[in-house]
Design a protein around this ligand. Structure first.
Ligand code: SF4
Length: 475
């Protein structure tokens, strides 16, 4: 049967995956009879927005295959981990979590454990999973997530563990089912992979070279989302500013934004992430003219020292970054600028950290994610000399963190008294009579209100700033 199902499978995607989705129902029903209940799944996502979007697609595939989503991994029949490998300590935590999952008593000896995503692109990780975590049944990487139905079909049929990790990305496959976490907002991939090879970063090795999706496909997805009630789209790519470089036409990111702006129903546009070296004046102008592009930009600095930026292969200097950020502030005064900073890069000195703090003070970041450098095997920086002892890192990290917190606190309060448009996202976690929503500048505001406002864009007066969020009232 497996042979004939595979022999008759369409060659083209996504038809092939819809074929396996259809064919898996008989196998699933047989398994459900054995188990005595409807089969459930749970997806755990680690890492960035790209992974979150991939998980929505895998949730869509599993749902279409007839599995029911479960709130918890304990007791789920399919437990899927979509992993991130950006930091080594996150990898170690994941192994610990995986080990404890196996230790947890489960009556379900038929449980299927799946590990996919960035960790699975690393041969060392795959080796460790295969050798020490034999209860992991299916391993695949970042390039073939669209094949989830086919892999599960194969496993349900013969029960043999599968490792299917591709070295290189294949074609971009469109029209894979997807279930959004929020009905009113959605991520939209505009490109995959990265060509920049920053010396500390593992992403180009695990996500492959940069490939842009055709603008027509992106716009088709956005139109579809708008007709489905989505008000806010987040355009996703490792470096959205180089969108279009791999296409044969003259499409680029600012032009794409202008096209998305024309779509009725889409009221807000966000994007993530912008590499400073590719951020053009054209983009600043489009943002400035736009009624829909949110007043927030995440512009990773990484270091304020030109010497360290060169060692990181970031391809901008301290001055170029600072000039760019201040130009954005000048042109779009309401904008919120957030950033990423790494402390403890090999060879970094206290004077280099002083440069980073200098940029923090000049740019007045609204927020920053500050990380301790984590060596990733296979990257050039992992081979560099000049590693720091923990005491030095703790001291320098604290200096950077204090500077970041001082700036962001003084920046956050500047909107007090304003009336801002807010996309209401959810009931407040701490007080059910309050709602929580996000402003255009990405800051959260909490205010009294009815759940019927969730998913709507409403006006809220900002009454009080409490550090990184506001309390407000509907007007
Ligand atoms: S731009 Fe640099 S940091 Fe960002 S994903 Fe690419 S290599 Fe990594």
């Amino acid at each position: 049967m497996l042979g004939s199902v595979f022999e008759n499978a369409p060659v083209n995607e996504p038809e092939r995956q819809y074929y396996f989705i259809d064919h898996s129902s008989a196998l699933r029903a047989e398994k459900e009879r054995k188990l005595g209940h409807a089969m459930t799944f749970h997806v755990t996502t680690f890492g960035c927005q790209m992974n979150a979007r991939d998980s929505e697609k895998m949730t869509g595939i599993l749902t279409q295959m007839g599995f029911c989503e479960s709130d918890s991994e304990t007791g789920a029949d399919i437990v899927l981990f979509n992993t991130c490998t950006i930091r080594d300590n996150a990898n170690q935590k994941f192994y610990g979590h995986l080990g404890s999952l196996n230790g947890k008593s489960t009556k379900n000896s038929e449980r299927i454990v799946i590990v996919c995503g960035c960790m699975a692109q690393e041969s060392e990780c795959v080796k460790r999973l295969e050798e020490s975590y034999g209860f992991v049944n299916i391993i695949f990487g970042t390039h073939n997530i669209y094949k989830l139905a086919e892999l599960i079909y194969r496993y349900l049929y013969d029960g043999r563990n599968i490792t299917d990790v591709w070295d290189k990305p294949g074609d971009i496959v469109e029209d894979i089912p997807s279930i959004r976490k929020y009905p009113f907002k959605s991520g939209v991939n505009i490109m995959f992979g990265c060509n920049n090879y920053c010396t500390y970063c593992i992403v180009p090795y695990v996500r492959g070279n940069e490939r842009s999706r055709n603008a027509d496909e992106i716009l088709r997805e956005c139109y579809h989302l708008a007709s489905d009630g989505v008000k806010e789209v987040m355009l996703l790519g490792q470096n959205v500013n180089s969108y279009g470089n791999s296409l044969e036409n003259d499409m680029n990111f600012p032009k794409l934004l202008k096209e998305v702006e024309k779509i009725d129903g889409i009221e807000r546009i966000r994007f993530m992430t912008s590499h400073p070296k590719d951020l053009s004046d054209e983009l600043i102008q489009v943002m400035k003219d736009s009624k829909k592009i949110c007043r927030h930009i995440h512009l990773p600095l990484q270091s304020g020292s030109t010497r360290i930026l060169t060692a990181m292969n970031r391809r901008y200097t301290k001055e170029q970054y600072t000039d760019l950020a201040l130009k954005i502030r000048r042109e779009i005064p309401q904008i919120s600028i957030t950033t990423d900073i790494i402390v403890g890069f090999p060879g970094e000195t206290t004077r280099d950290v002083d440069d980073t703090i200098d940029v923090i003070k000049k740019v007045h970041f609204d927020g920053a994610f500050t990380f301790v450098y984590s060596p990733r095997q296979g990257t050039p920086a992992a081979e560099m000399e000049g590693r720091h002892d923990p005491e030095w890192i703790r001291r320098e990290f604290d200096r950077v963190l204090t500077a970041v917190q001082d700036e962001s606190k003084s920046m956050a309060g500047r909107f007090t008294g304003n009336i801002e448009s807010v996309l209401v996202e959810e009931i407040n976690e701490k007080d059910e009579s309050y709602l929580s929503g996000r402003m255009s500048n990405n800051l959260m505001v909490h205010f009294p209100g009815e759940p019927s406002f969730i998913g709507k864009i409403i006006n809220v007066r900002l009454l009080e700033c409490r550090g990184f969020y506001y309390m407000g009232e509907i007007v």
